[in-house]
Design a protein around this ligand. Structure first.
Ligand SMILES: [Zn+2]
Length: 307
C-alpha cells in the first residue's frame, strides 16, 4: 500500500517538472522542492565523471546504470538457477540407485532364507525317515518279546516316534508355508526391481540429456552476462561481484518490495524509497549493502528474454 503511494509521489514529482503551473500550486515534499531548485540551475556537475551535464542527463545516466546492473542480475540469477537444478538431479538418480540396491539386498536375503528353510525341511524329512525305521524295528521286536513289560516299553517307543513324526510333519508344513511366502516376496521384488532398473536407466539418460541441454543454456547465458558486463563500468561491476559473492542468494541488485529490501527484507524508510526513484545516485540497502532499484527498473527488464 505505502509502496504505491510513494511511487505515485515519484511520478508526481516528474510531472511537476513537466508542467510548471501545477508545480506552483502543489504542496510538495522536501525532495520535490530540491528537484525544483535543481531544475532552475539546469546544469550540474556529474558526481562520478566530474563533467558538467544537465540534471535530466544525470538521472538518465544513473537510470541506465541501474538498468544495466539489474539486467545483469537477472541473467546471473538464471545461471544460478540452472546450476542448482543440475546439482539436484544427480542426487535424484543417486536416491533411485540406493533404493534399487536396497531392494536387491532384501531380495537376496529372502532367497538365502528360502535355502535355509529347504535345508531344514530336508533335515526333518530325514528325521521322519529315521523315526519310521525305528517304528518298523520296534514293531519287529514286538513280535519276539518275552513279556508284556517289554511289549509295553516298545509300544511307548513307537508312540513316541509317531508323535515325533507328527511334530516334524507339522514343522515341515510351517516351513513350506514360509517358503511359499518368501517365494512370493522374491517374485514381487524381482518384478519391482526390474521396473526400478528400467526407471534408473531412463533417469540416467534423462540426466545426461539435461546436463547437455542446461550446459548449452548456461553457456548462452554466460555469454549474455559477459556482453552485459561490457555496459557497466569496472567500479560498479566489482562492487556488484563483491556483493553477489557475499550474499547467500547471489543477489546484488534487488527491488524494493513491500517497502522492504528484496535481499534482506529490512524496511526501507519512505525518504530513501523516494531517493531510489529519483535516480540521483545509486542507493544501497543500509543493512545488507545490496543495490536497490525501483519498480520502473524492474518492469523495464524483460526477464522472459533470459529464461
Ligand atoms: Zn537489504
Amino acid at each position: 500500500m505505502a509502496k504505491s503511494t510513494s511511487s505515485k509521489k515519484g511520478k508526481t514529482t516528474k510531472k511537476t517538472k513537466a508542467s510548471e503551473e501545477k508545480a506552483k500550486t502543489a504542496v510538495k515534499s522536501e525532495t520535490a522542492k530540491n528537484s525544483k531548485v535543481e531544475d532552475n540551475k539546469s546544469q550540474i556537475v556529474h558526481p562520478n565523471t566530474g563533467e558538467v551535464v544537465s540534471k535530466d542527463s544525470i538521472e538518465t545516466v544513473i537510470q541506465k546504470k541501474l538498468l544495466a546492473l539489474y539486467t545483469l542480475q537477472q541473467i546471473d540469477t538464471q545461471i544460478d538457477k540452472i546450476r542448482i537444478i543440475r546439482g539436484e538431479l544427480p542426487l535424484e538418480v543417486q536416491d533411485l540407485e540406493d533404493e534399487t540396491e536396497g531392494l536387491e539386498t532384501r531380495t537376496n536375503k529372502y532367497k538365502q532364507e528360502i535355502e535355509e528353510f529347504n535345508q531344514q525341511i530336508s533335515n526333518l524329512k530325514i528325521a521322519i525317515k529315521e523315526s519310521q525305521e525305528l517304528i518298523k524295528k520296534y514293531k519287529d521286536q514286538q513280535m519276539n518279546v518275552r513279556n508284556n513289560r517289554e511289549y509295553d516299553s516298545l509300544s511307548k517307543e513307537i508312540e513316541y516316534q509317531t508323535l515325533e513324526i507328527e511334530l516334524n510333519e507339522k514343522k515341515i508344513k510351517e516351513l513350506e508355508a514360509s517358503v511359499e511366502q518368501h517365494e512370493n516376496m522374491v517374485n514381487n521384488s524381482s518384478k519391482k526391481l526390474e521396473e526400478m532398473k528400467g526407471d534408473l536407466e531412463v533417469k540416467k539418460k534423462e540426466l545426461d540429456n539435461i546436463i547437455a541441454d542446461t550446459k548449452k543454456e548456461e553457456d548462452l547465458l554466460i555469454k549474455k552476462s559477459q556482453e552485459q558486463q561490457n555496459f557497466i563500468e569496472e567500479r560498479l561491476l566489482s562492487a556488484y561481484r563483491r556483493i553477489r559473492k557475499n550474499a547467500k542468494n547471489g543477489l546484488a541488485v534487488v527491488a524494493v518490495e513491500r517497502d522492504a529490501c528484496g535481499g534482506c527484507f529490512n524496511k526501507i524508510p519512505p525518504q530513501r524509497q523516494l531517493d531510489i526513484q529519483m535516480y540521483k545516485k545509486i542507493i544501497v540497502c543500509e543493512y545488507c549493502g545490496r543495490i536497490l532499484v525501483d519498480d520502473e527498473i524492474v518492469n523495464s527488464v524483460d526477464i522472459e528474454k533470459f529464461v
